[in-house]
Write a protein of this length. Structure first.
Length: 187
């Protein structure tokens, strides 16, 4: 069901289906999203990512999904929502371009809000002279980009609490997942 005047949105649900906590069946998530009135609901694997159409704003959608997760599925989780165009723009703004050659080790972090400049300046991991090699991180607008050539679990960033450092919620997705989500939004 495509809703007239609808926009394609991508919901990024934080922390579900990671380990044994906060388990959500994707069939249940799709049913909940459809019950909220969203059309063309699709999920990506067991990842906690969903694509759908709605005329509602991203802010309203995020709040509705968070409430639905809590009340219907009994799972509290933060939800960040972006339009297809916003995700494509974030991908095109990638500062690592040719450097990041493996999508499973290249990450795009979606921020709930643009962090205050003084917080960004204080994050040593983002400095040009940061001693994080071979891993690198950059913040562009309201997106965080990581290139971790040995993988995230071995990266210098594995223990970084980006939420705390940047003063806003951050949810990371590897480049392969982001690419698949955008592909799912194609007619």
């Amino acid at each position: 069901m495509t809703t007239r005047g609808a926009t394609t949105l991508i919901a990024l649900i934080r922390g579900i289906n990671v380990g044994t906590a906060k388990r959500v069946a994707m069939a249940d998530l799709r049913e909940m999203l459809s019950g909220l009135g969203y059309g063309d609901v699709r999920t990506l694997l067991n990842s906690g990512n969903a694509v759908f159409t709605t005329p509602a704003s991203a802010t309203a959608v995020a709040a509705a999904i968070e409430q639905g997760l809590h009340e219907t599925l009994k799972v509290p989780a933060r939800v960040l929502v972006r339009s297809r165009a916003q995700v494509i723009d974030a991908m095109e703004s990638d500062p690592f371009g040719d450097l990041a050659t493996d999508g499973s080790k290249h990450f795009l972090g979606f921020l709930d809000a643009t962090p205050a400049e003084d917080l960004v300046t204080a994050v040593q991991e983002l400095a040009d002279d940061a001693n994080t090699g071979p891993d690198v991180a950059r913040l562009v607008k309201d997106h965080l980009y990581l290139w971790c050539p040995a993988g995230i679990s071995k990266a210098t960033f594995a223990a970084v609490n980006w939420d705390k450092k940047l003063g806003t919620a951050v949810t990371m997705r590897n480049w392969n997942t982001v690419t698949k989500l955008v592909a799912m939004t194609d007619g």
